[in-house]
Design a protein around this ligand. Structure first.
Ligand code: PEP
Ligand code: MG
Length: 585
């Protein structure tokens, strides 16, 4: 058993707490029957488990309601209803009484029956409830079997934990109780995996790609992790913990220093103003984005409102959410990305189709255009919320001009329908394109004729250019946005946008990484949309980097033959104007 592991630091910060192992599989239920005289005790055990779970769900729902709002907390209401369903519990009790099943065997039996029934049901509502049933089944079985991950679902106030998993899905990461989960470790995943982006946005230190974590980290063991260096220590010594505390204090001091510059404008030493917007994935991030001075939202991800949940939000819910975001940034634009579902981001209602290559599959704008009943309510919600605010629509994963023209047509149709119905709404909203495929880069001139703006999704652009799965830990070293192929495409997109006179920004993770920011400034980008916790750091970089230094580095990077050379050029340029030791904390 190894005491030290190294993975990929995906969300900075130092954290330590006992490990809770999260398993995504259903617990194996041993075949156990009971004796007739044990029936009452077994029924009691079942009822007690239900009580605990309902109480946990109510508490969790309330905490989420207070922190993130009504929409986010609804999932817990739906789950509470299933957990308390008298008909279900009645059948489970009958199985215990009549068949002498153990409580867990009986519950599993009933849950399997329900799953089969609901999955085959013609009712969309029941099919959508499957994810909730799945969650409740996990909780019930974990509790009845005394599995250690039962602790995940009911943590006493004030206690902390580091969650260790094979793989963290975005849906799961969204649902983690952020007050208790102080760190994340997973065997799979990389810096731009969606779960990593969420951890970063939420400010939870995280290490992914930690191969062998489940083998080497026993449940309950104290785990120390550094989300910057990717280092993990199991059962750290007192000295190691002291050292971690010192590093954490240093980091807090840097954060404090950076926070102190919040009222200063993001202007380079030579006077070029850079527009820094925020990426908002979840309602919780509105507040930090505002506090860190974001000039509006350059990427409002909408799919994290639905991944890990059973149902899609209604038009009214979406309109309310968009309005809420817009009110938080008076006078600034909010760029709403249409549902970017697919790959690792699917709500349960859409999970039915398995694909061999989901990242090359039916996803994103393709899903929206194929499913008008999904896309049109979102378009209407945007139009309604845009009645008196500057809201804009951004289309992800575009590869063809007709995807843009069809979306604009649908938007116009919905605007006409709203007008005819006398609903207060904008006549139209600007429609822009995310540049995140090489196809979009190559036809950027054509796309620019139809687009109000471009925003480069450097995460997917890197994935699709390098043919490297962005979530695959084994390929993490090959996933490099500093490859000259990416640098050149960044330059091409900017040039195409400038020729057409439309704004061009970057909203992928590059816009949140100090040395990538230097590169982007050098290439001529002056609009960045950044993960809210990274806004102070990015502003600090902007304020330190003289444009001639950045331009020279970018110029050389365009002519470099590989990513190592680009990295060296950026480190050298950074070393001239930034205290890189601070960044390597
Ligand atoms: C991107 O691909 O760079 C991007 C911003 O979109 P997402 O990370 O949500 O795929
Ligand atoms: Mg993307």
């Amino acid at each position: 058993m190894s005491r030290e592991l190294v993975g990929i630091g995906v969300s900075p910060g130092v954290a330590w707490a006992p490990a809770v192992i999260m398993r995504m599989d259903f617990p194996e239920v041993p075949d156990r029957s009971i004796r007739p005289e044990e029936v009452e005790a077994e029924v009691h055990r079942l009822r007690e488990a239900v009580q605990v779970i309902v109480r946990d769900l109510e508490e969790l729902g309330e905490r989420v309601r207070q922190r993130a709002g009504e929409e986010e907390s609804r999932i817990f209401d739906a789950q509470t209803l299933i957990a308390q369903d008298l008909e279900v519990l009645g059948s489970v009790e009958q199985l215990i009484r009549n068949n002498y099943f153990s409580a867990e065997t009986a519950y599993e039996f009933k849950a399997l029956e329900l799953r089969a029934l609901w999955a085959a049901s013609g009712s969309a509502h029941l099919r959508e409830r499957l994810a909730d049933l799945h969650a409740i089944q996990m909780r019930m079985l974990s509790r009845l079997l005394g599995r250690d991950d039962a602790a995940l679902w009911s943590v006493p106030e004030g206690e902390h934990m580091v969650v260790v998993a094979h793989e963290l899905s975005p849906g799961l990461t969204v649902q983690l109780d952020r007050e208790h989960v102080v760190g994340l470790v997973s065997e799979e995943g990389t810096r731009t995996a969606h779960a990593a982006i969420l951890a970063h946005s939420l400010g939870i230190p995280a290490v992914m790609g930690a191969v062998g974590a489940l083998e080497h980290i026993p449940a309950g063991a104290m785990v120390l992790l550094d989300g910057q260096t990717g280092r993990i220590i199991v059962e750290p010594t007192r000295e190691e913990l002291e050292d971690a505390k010192v590093r954490r204090t240093r980091r807090h001091r840097l954060d404090f220093q950076l926070e102190g510059t919040l009222d200063q404008p993001p202007v380079t030493p030579d006077g070029r103003e850079i527009v820094l917007m925020g990426n908002v994935d979840l309602p919780d991030e509105i507040e930090p984005a505002v506090r860190h001075g974001a000039r509006g939202v350059g990427l409002l991800r909408t799919e994290f409102l639905v991944t890990g949940r059973a149902v899609l939000p209604t038009e009214d819910e979406q309109a309310a959410y968009f309005g809420r975001v817009a009110r938080a940034f008076p006078g600034e634009a909010i760029i709403i990305r249409s549902f970017d579902l697919g790959g690792d981001k699917f709500p349960a209602a859409f999970k039915a189709q398995q694909e061999a290559n989901p990242f090359l599959g039916w996803r994103s704008i393709r899903v929206c255009l194929d499913h008008p009943e999904l896309f049109r309510p979102q378009l209407r919600a945007i139009l309604r919320a845009a009645a008196d605010r500057d809201l804009q629509l951004m289309l992800p994963l575009v590869t063809r001009v007709d995807e843009v023209t069809r979306s604009i047509e649908m938007m116009a149709e919905e605007a006409a329908a709203l007008r005819a119905a006398g609903v207060r709404a904008a006549a139209s909203v600007p429609v822009g394109v995310m540049i995140e495929t090489p196809a979009a880069v190559v036809i950027a001139d054509k796309l620019a004729e139809r687009s109000a703006f471009f925003s480069v999704g450097s995460n997917d652009l890197t994935q699709y250019t390098m043919a490297v799965d962005r979530g695959n830990a084994r390929l993490a070293e090959r996933f490099t946005p500093h490859h000259p192929a990416i640098v050149r495409q960044l330059a091409q997109v900017l040039a195409a946008g400038q020729r057409a006179g439309i704004p061009v920004s970057v909203c992928g993770e590059m816009a949140s990484e100090p040395l990538s920011v230097l590169l982007l400034l050098g290439l001529g980008y002056d609009r960045l949309s950044v993960a809210p916790p990274a806004l102070p750091l990015v502003k600090w970089v902007v304020r330190q980097v003289p444009l001639p230094v950045a331009r020279a580095a970018a110029e050389a990077a365009l002519d470099a033959s590989g990513p190592d050379e680009v990295n060296r050029l950026l480190r050298e340029a950074g070393g001239r104007c930034l205290d890189l030791r601070l960044l390597d904390l």
